[in-house]
Ligand binder design. Sequence first.
Ligand code: UDP
Length: 244
Amino acid sequence: MGAETVEILGLPVQVVTYGETLDIIREWIGSGEPHQLATANPEFMIMAQEDAEFRQALKSADLVVADGAGLLWAARVMGQPLPERVTGSDLLPLIARQAAAEGWTIFLLGAAPGTARQTAEVLQAEHSELRVVNDYSGSPSDEESDGIIELVRQARPDILLVAYGAPAQEKWIARYLHELAVPVVIGVGGAFDHIAGVQRRAPVWVQNLHLEWLFRLVTQPWRWRRQLALPKFAWAVLRSRWQS
Ligand code: UDP
């Protein structure tokens, strides 16, 4: 793959743009071998400090991109700046466009019942050639895994998008990556909710001010506990920089 890596709190993040991410996806589909892509943010980095299975899933992922302004800041502090954010919600429409052009097939897994189907409809309204081979809500619980793996293996997609939220989706993907036998498996968090319009995303000007976290806190206040990760993350990054 060859992308440069920056280490943030002991976890790898690759220095890639959207364009390079799409090139890597094309390579993976060409190889036919299973690969995992994770779209990380500061909350991931803090959760991974306390959750060994999640940490291992991020370490073994083939590509970890920086979804989250906090990681861009951290990479700058570490002296290895990242070119841009690569968010799940923005990557998905780009994947859909590329998939329509190149004939790649897609399976949408996760989110509330009906949301994946709605997401497929929105993407297909923009790219009529896009082939969505199946969608399924399901859950990341182990009791459901056999049924889901069977569905995916029957559909044989090139790309499987998994919307179970972190850390569940990354651990689920790492656990079943080889059985799924899909060349590109991506954890996309709330991206289906954004594309289907179930959950409003921060306006672009808020994203550009790097305040998407604040928008989420105001619109989804139950996240406050999870968002305590942000100051913890900033502190841990500065400490690791001062100690190096
Ligand atoms: N979700 C799900 N099953 C679960 C837990 C979560 O389908 O058992 C879905 C949920 O409906 C939402 C997504 O996972 O669509 C997670 O969204 P969130 O914004 O919390 O993810 P994040 O981007 O913060 O990881």
